[in-house]
Design a protein around this ligand. Sequence first.
Ligand code: ADP
Ligand code: MG
Length: 321
Amino acid sequence: MTEPKTVAAGAAVTLTGLRKHYGEVRAVDGVDLVIAPGEVVALLGPNGAGKSTTVDMLLGLTRPDTGAVTIFGSSPGNAVADGRIGAMLQGGALLDDATVGETVGMIASLHRNPLRVAEALRGAGIEDLANRRCNKLSGGQKQRVRFAVALVSDPDLLVLDEPTAAMDVQTRREFWLSMQDFTTSGRTVLFATHYLEEAENYADRVVFLSKGRIVADGSVAGVTALTSGRTIKAVLPGATGHALHKLPGVSEVDIRGDRIILSSNESDKALRTLLAEYPQAYDIEVTAIGLEDAFLTLTGHATLSDGGSAPTPPFEGNETR
Ligand code: ADP
Ligand code: MG
């Protein structure tokens, strides 16, 4: 491609009616998504939501049952061949005996206009590991080598599937700092995660996936606002659900022994009325409904990260394509 990185015309990614079923399992069940150049999008969902299947179809590693993928106006295969996509998949293999520098150099040699190896290593924050053999790396370090591999083609679009899964807190923070260097140059990122705080802190836009479908799509604030309101907690012996439901804006009432939990979209009024009617209430707490609650409300799913970091099925492709 001859056009400069900054003038990618039209959408970076277009997914249209994407569907992939495995027998009875509707891994991806009708996903439509348009990502503009420069957007940093988090694909958020619990294990099994269909994030990896979506990412694999986007990269051309899995063929959709129905639907289409367009990356910068071409097919995934062409976009990958042109070095316009850098991908970091879960558990992509590294050659044990090669050093980090050799590994990144090997991938660089497959591309027309790669970064220098040192640049890619710097981009991933692992210059100091250039001469280390891959089999001597920690899980988090391996992830950062995969990140350098994803960067070395100097891509316009980075696609990352749970990039920080094997990282400790410190490495995770450094990783996102490296990532911000990449995104400030106006390039596009799609990352799958089940960590809410990663979506909140690093994405411009959050796409919630549940059971293969998009259940919400917008800014963090916008998605949170979909479930507008606040939670009021208090200790209030003897209150009845019937009476509490009559407070202003109350949509949900939960009574657990002496403790009450209310959801209200008029929390100030609800609280005033509550105190007027029940001056004996104490231990009162009012909290905003956050992304996690938004997800709960939208999906009915118990928690985003339940199932922990269970490994996803092994990938047939690899990140060098
Ligand atoms: P996520 O990445 O969000 O955890 P996946 O896309 O890996 O979700 O999986 C979505 C669903 O599809 C899960 O129920 C998973 O078990 C199933 N699935 C994924 N890949 C395969 C496969 N190759 N064969 C059968 N089922 C699969
Ligand atoms: Mg996955």
